[in-house]
Design a protein around this ligand. Sequence first.
Ligand SMILES: [Cu+2]
Length: 115
Amino acid sequence: MNPLLVMCGLFFLLSPGVLRAEGEVQEATFKVAGKCGMCKTRIEKALKIEGVTSAQWDKRTTRVTVSFQSPPLTVDSLQRRVAAAGHDTGKYAAPDSVYAGLPACCRYRDKSTRH
Ligand SMILES: [Cu+2]
């Protein structure tokens, strides 16, 4: 048997497993509370991690669209990261201590300063 053919066969058999291990690129959009350009920077920075290929937060819709490798990342893990940075998501609330440290223009929970 031709060793080259065996090699090719092995590669073919293994490649789907390799692809699964690296994960597929998925795109997800979810709600992230925020108000201004600083929020946008903070939210997108929180998502600048290995496995995220793009993250765009829209101030008008207050939603972020993320392209990411899954696995290992999940929409859930991304939402937890954004919440930890100080921004409520559809599923997780930012810790009060982190929210309290946000600049006044970013206080999205305060209705009186909404603009
Ligand atoms: Cu802001």
